[in-house]
Structures are given as structure tokens and as C-alpha cells.
Design a protein around this ligand. Structure first.
Ligand code: CIR
Length: 256
């Protein structure tokens, strides 16, 4: 099952997070990020997952977002290729780190692709969104690797003003994708999946994290909470400061 996890990888917070990339040009406050990151870890550990904590990387301000330089599919780790100069060096470090968890490690050698643009659904299917961070060559190369491992892949476009494909959608149940109203326009999603559409203004709630029987959602989105709590056992996590640097719940971990 795509949302049944026993293990999780996170990275200890770096002080240099205050220099992280932000589309709003905001320098986040370290103390606030630390609080939010700590409560994320506490919540996940209460769910019984084995937490593996990687060392902080001061040279890479955005390195707590481990979802972007690597992807886990079944027993393989695929090292990706982050587009942004300040993030690209994360890939060679995480490649070494992943050797302690995975025997089979592959790498995307050509083009750019970040994990935030890769949605895994129904176990063996992936949707890769072309975005400012993931180009066609990168998406096609990742697609080849995934297919060689037995997965199927569809390449879509991420809407223009959205950083990553998963910034505004998440896989929450078999055949079910939670989407912002923007993402709900994507023809491939509309015609192949059951979409739970969030109202305009609640885009930030579309990046959730389904872990076993729980659905982690960000605090502060009343309509999303109302819609989702009818069917799911939700846990709310504060990501106010983390969202200032364009990140959300999925970006801060790798799960398997
Ligand atoms: C970045 O711009 O790379 C970070 N500030 C945010 C990364 C968010 N990652 C994700 O959505 N997977």
C-alpha cells in the first residue's frame, strides 16, 4: 500500500534554514521552524514509525526537505537531480547516506527532477509534474528508471504558479487525490481519479501526508478540516513558518 509505512527518514534542522529559498523572499525564523519540525517528528514517532535522522547540512539551506533529492520506490532509492543551484549538491550527500538503508540505488543522470514533483499513487503508479524544478528530460529519465522497476508513469504539467506538483495535491486513499481547485483542472487527474477538491483559499491544505490510518494535515484550514474529518482520522500539524519557504508536510520526509 502506498500509505503503509514502517520507516521514515528526516534530516535534523540546520541553522542556515534562514537562508532557504522562498518565492515570497521571506527569511524564516529558525526557532519557529524548529518548533514545527520538532512537532512533526513527535507526531510521526507517535504513529510508531522507525525514525532515521540524517545529520544537518549547514551548506544547504533547504536540506531538511529530503523529499526533493531522493525518491523511494519499493526496495530501491532513486537519487534525483534538484534544479536549483543551492540544492543540487544535496544529491551526492543523500546518495551516500541512503546506502545504509538501501542496497539498490539508482540515479537520474540527465535533466532535472525534484521529488516534490513526483506523486506515487496506488502503489505502482507515478505522476511526474513538469515544473520550474522538473524538466522534460529529467521527467523522462526518471520515468525510464521507474518503468525498469515495474512501475507505470504519466507525465503531466504542474500549473504555472505552483512550485511543485505536490505543493497542491496529495495521494490520500486508493484512487483518491486531494487537490486544490487549480490542480482539479488537470485533465489526467479529473478523468482517472476520485478528486477531493479544496476551496479557493485553502491551497495550502492540499499538501497532506497519509501515514497508515492517519491523515496529517496542516493547521489553520477550517474547510479542509471539515471535508476531510468526515472520512479520515486527521492529525493537524502547524506548518505556518515552513510554508513561508514554500514547503509542507510531505517535503520533510522520505517514507517506506
Ligand atoms: C525550495 O524552494 O526548494 C524549498 N524552499 C521548498 C521545498 C519544498 N519541497 C517540496 O515541496 N517537496
Amino acid at each position: 500500500m502506498t500509505y503503509h509505512f514502517k520507516n521514515i527518514i528526516v534530516r535534523k534542522l540546520n541553522k542556515s534554514i534562514k537562508n532557504a529559498l522562498s518565492s515570497q523572499n521571506i527569511n524564516p525564523v529558525y526557532k519557529n521552524i524548529l518548533e514545527e519540525h520538532t512537532s512533526y517528528l513527535k507526531t510521526i514517532s507517535a504513529l510508531g514509525l522507525k525514525i532515521n535522522i540524517l545529520d544537518p547540512l549547514e551548506d544547504f539551506p533547504d536540506s531538511i526537505f529530503v523529499e526533493d533529492p531522493a525518491l523511494i520506490y519499493r526496495s530501491t532509492c532513486i537519487v534525483l537531480n534538484p534544479a536549483n543551484k543551492t540544492r543540487n549538491g544535496e544529491k551526492s550527500i543523500i546518495k551516500k547516506e541512503m546506502q545504509q538503508f538501501f542496497d539498490n540505488i539508482l540515479s537520474v543522470e540527465k535533466g532535472f527532477v525534484e521529488g516534490g514533483d513526483v506523486l506515487n499513487i496506488n502503489q505502482d503508479h507515478f505522476i511526474i509534474g513538469i515544473s520550474n524544478r522538473t524538466n522534460k528530460v529529467g521527467a523522462e529519465n526518471l520515468s525510464k528508471l521507474l518503468q525498469s522497476l515495474g512501475a507505470s508513469v504519466k507525465i503531466c504539467e504542474t500549473p504555472k504558479n505552483v512550485l511543485h506538483f505536490k505543493s497542491e495535491c496529495s495521494f490520500i486513499d486508493d484512487d483518491v487525490i486531494l487537490v486544490s481547485s487549480n490542480m482539479a483542472q488537470i485533465e489526467y487527474l479529473k478523468s482517472n481519479y476520485k478528486l477531493i477538491k479544496l476551496p479557493i483559499g485553502e491551497e495550502g491544505a492540499a499538501n497532506t501526508l497519509r501515514i497508515n490510518d492517519k491523515l496529517l494535515i496542516p493547521y489553520g484550514f477550517n474547510k479542509a478540516e471539515e471535508i476531510l474529518s468526515n472520512k479520515y482520522s486527521i492529525i493537524k500539524i502547524k506548518v505556518d513558518e515552513i510554508s513561508k519557504i514554500d514547503a509542507g508536510l510531505s517535503c520533510m520526509s522520505l517514507r517506506w
